[in-house]
Structures are given as structure tokens and as C-alpha cells.
Design a protein. Sequence first.
Length: 259
Amino acid sequence: MKIIVASGKGGVGKSMLASSLAILISQEKKVIALDCDVDAPNLAVWLGGVTNWNKSKKISTIEKPKINLEKCNGCGLCVKNCQFGALSIKNEKAQINNFVCEGCQACKIVCPQKAIEFKKIENAQIDIKNKTKFGFPLLSAQLFPGESGSGKIVAELKKEANEFHYEIMLIDSAPGTGCPVNAAMLDANLAILVTEPTPSGISDLKRVLEVVNHFGIPYWVVINKWDINPESTQRIEKEFSGKILGKISYDKNIFKTIF
């Protein structure tokens, strides 16, 4: 069974809850924990500061273009057809800004001189801890600065996790509704959605719920820091009646315990 802990926005307590559930469930089931927030992974921090990873490997999930300047005649078709503004003409030759390029390969398709080739680059790293101090494995991925392809990195991380024997996979998703969230939710059996009683917390909960419903995943809602705004909490409980898994009080000591 794959359980994903997700949220529409960051900072609502998603990683805190994911780590707590992993520790709790591991007392009775064989658990594996995945940190799928590849842009800012921090599940290891919530699990006591994991160090001495058993395995770390760089992976490639994207290709970036390389321009053959001998073939390029500066016709500018690649520039006109790049939807991301990653190409320009300088000294009558095409040049690329790799920090803007999304790797869609439109430039390669339209180039009449066949001057553009795509080559794989290493854009992320997967770290594996075979056994945390709580007794279960942790897999985490980190997108390299300035790179893209976060959704595909999550897919590679989940593929790596399937090499382990487990009964419950706990997935700590990225916040929001983007590519890494969609990749994390794919083939999940249950979603636990974490929110907070604030306008943005409620609004973004509804946004991520659209993704959950798209995949047809059963879900529960957890209201974190419910006591900072009891009135908003009551509105959430009313709107999601029958879907509230629980509420968590605000407590500064939670943050003190992880440092």
C-alpha cells in the first residue's frame, strides 16, 4: 500500500506528519519512507537527521541541447519556435541559456541544418539509507540547482524504492500541484491531505484535492495548528465533514525537538 502525504502549500506540517506516521506504522508493518519533495527534501531532518547514507547516486532524467556552431547558419527558426525564450542569436549563431531551457526539443525539430543535438545530463541525486534509527529505510532525492525534470526524478525514486520489500510506502510529497506532486500521486492508494486554518491553507487544499480526485485516490484531511484559528477550523470540518482524520495543536516544542 502506498500512502501519500500531500498539501496544497508549503509549511503546513506535511513532513512532520509523514515522519510521524512512518515511525508509528513501522511498529506493526514493514515501512519504507520516500522524500519526494526533490526541490527541498527535509524528511531526513524530521527523522532525526539522517547521516552516513548507504548509497548515493547521480541520475539523469533530462536532456539538454548542444549547438553545432559549424552547422548553424543563424537562420533563427529555433529562436522563433522556442516557447521558453531560451535561444537567441549572437554573432550570427544560435546560443542557448540552459537555465531557461525546458528540454522540449522543438528547436531540434525545426532546425533545417540539423545543428542541434540533445544529450543527457545529470540533474539530480538519489540518497538511500537502508535502515534509519527507527528501523525502516529512507529514500530521498535532490534536484541539482538550476536543473529541471523534478517529476521524472520522483518516478526514478519510486522505481528505486520498489527494489525494497515493504508493506506500506509512506510518500512525503512536494507542496502544490506541479509535476513532482503528480508523479508522487501516481499509483498511490491513499492520500492524507494536510492543511491549516488560514485562507491560503484552505484555498490550496482545494487545489490539491482536484489532483487527488483526478487520480481517483481516496483521501483524508488533517488540520494542523487547528487552534490558531478555531473558527476557520470549524469551517473546514463542516466543509469536509466525514473526511477529517484528525487535528493537531500548535506547539513550539515540535520544532525544538528536531534541532
